[in-house]
Design a protein around this ligand. Structure first.
Ligand code: ZN
Length: 459
């Protein structure tokens, strides 16, 4: 991406950092690696390093905590990646999960039709060189695989194209095994696969990614009410974990984007360097999914109200987002390069991640590594803290540089053991964003930190 493109894409009050800086930080500090890099890599597929996996686990656990654990009428499942192939006929994926692509006859570049400016589609003209484009061709995005070993008896199926299908498949079992009653929801976090023809833009468009879904089952007469409820809740949830609140918005789907059964749909969008990007979809799915699976499986998936005995196919509110998008958006939201100032003469890169999501919660630092009492005391405190939260012990290089190393990975607190500690058992606690330092008795440190890194969210 050129400098000019960056500037035109970045709008609003808060300028964006170029995505290259995020990519570089991710690799340098162990958040994200290209997959199979020693073999040249596979585009659109990534691995997550030591800090990346901590951040992902925190993102997943916070979502689960706020969606499942703190809601009495929501339960969770974990479905499999491979399902019966009929699932994908019922869902419409086999027929409709396609990208339409065109090639430029002149420069040989390939484009997704839905990514081309309307002008170019109408005039059949390459947006890069102006050459003539081929007729659109369809590519199915489902990743195929085979079950069984005996030739001729092998069954062709797919790695799931979206994770939410498992929820419809397990809906009846959940109903019969867990005492939930309508209205209720089922949540799941899981991998999904999309054979993107043109993956790219780092984690924005991947071939393997992790989704989270809530499918909330309601009586048709209560659909609007629950749709509004979840729409509001999900927006507030995202707002609660970012710093730049002005980069979040709702975008209603236009009539062309709405599925035929949907009365309305909204995307929660985040403004990235590439413009506004979908972060989560709030979808009015009505009775589409359970009706289709009833029809294709021959199993009646209707619900009988235990009191009124009314029988109906439940309607569904879906909220669908994902770990990867949240991971990337949080890094973009948190990344900041601070120029040198009175507080920090060298300037610093800081990740202002929400403390409860930060991969490392605290770093314990002896002021000097050549003083045994400092080192011993620091190691003792670290071994207490690491049982409660992710803690790092670091004694390498001067204290200012160690603070900056922690700032760069978003560690909200640093605890320094110095010579005063040896006299009165107090330590210095430094906070990442303000760089403010306070003095605390060492035995109060665990409670002080726990209070500041625990799950915290309420509407
Ligand atoms: Zn061209």
């Amino acid at each position: 991406m050129t400098q000019t493109e960056e500037q035109t894409l970045s709008t609003g009050d808060t300028p964006h950092v170029p995505i290259e800086k995020i990519v570089s930080l991710c690799k340098r500090r162990g958040f994200v690696y290209p997959n199979s890099e020693i073999y040249g890599g596979v585009s659109g597929i990534y691995d997550f390093g030591p800090l990346g996996v901590e951040l992902r686990n925190n993102i997943r656990r916070f979502w689960w905590w706020s969606m499942v654990q703190t809601n009495d009428n929501v339960v969770g499942i974990e479905g499999s990646i491979i399902t019966h192939p009929r699932v994908w006929e019922a869902s419409g994926h086999v027929e409709n999960f396609v990208d339409r692509l065109v090639d430029c006859k002149n420069c040989k570049r390939r484009f997704r039709v839905d990514h081309l400016p309307e002008e170019n589609v109408k005039q059949n003209k390459c947006p890069v060189c102006g050459g003539e484009l081929t007729e659109p061709r369809k590519f199915n995005l489902m990743m195929e695989t085979y079950i069984g070993v005996v030739e001729g008896e092998r069954m062709k199926t797919y790695l799931r194209g979206e994770a939410c299908q498992n929820i419809y498949l397990d809906y009846d079992n959940v109903l019969k095994s867990s005492r939930v009653q309508i209205p209720f929801g089922i949540c799941q976090i899981g991998k999904a696969f999309r054979n993107e023809v043109t993956p790219g833009n780092f984690l924005f468009r991947q071939r393997e990614f992790e989704q989270w879904d809530l499918q909330f089952f309601v009586h048709p007469s209560e659909m609007q009410q629950w749709f509004d409820y979840w729409k509001e809740r999900r927006f507030e949830w995202y707002k609660s974990i970012i710093t730049h609140k002005d980069r979040l918005r709702f975008r209603p789907h236009g009539p062309d984007e709405l599925a035929h059964y949907a009365k309305q749909a909204f995307d929660v969008e985040y403004q990235t360097i590439l413009g506004w990007q979908e972060w989560e979809g709030i979808h009015w799915r009505q009775d589409w999914d359970l009706s289709r699976h009833s029809e294709y499986s021959g199993q009646d998936l209707s619900y009988t109200d235990p009191e009124t005995r009314e029988r109906y196919i439940p309607w569904i509110v879906e909220t669908s987002g994902g770990v990867d998008r949240t991971f990337l958006n949080l890094l973009i939201d948190a990344y900041e390069e601070e120029p040198p100032s009175g507080k920090d003469k060298e300037g610093r890169t800081v990740l202002r991640l929400n403390p409860m999501l930060a991969p490392v919660k605290v770093a314990v630092l002896p002021l000097q590594k050549n003083r045994e009492e400092l080192v011993t005391t620091a190691k003792e405190l670290h071994s207490k803290l690491r049982r409660l939260m992710v803690s790092q012990y670091d004694e390498v290089s001067n204290i200012g540089r160690r603070y900056r190393r922690q700032d760069e990975i978003g560690t909200p607190f640093c605890v320094t053991i110095d010579f005063t500690t040896l006299e009165d058992s107090t330590v210095t606690v430094r906070e990442r964003d303000s760089m403010a330092q306070i003095r605390l008795p060492m035995n109060e440190v665990p409670a002080y930190l726990l209070e500041r890194v625990r799950w915290d969210y309420s509407v």
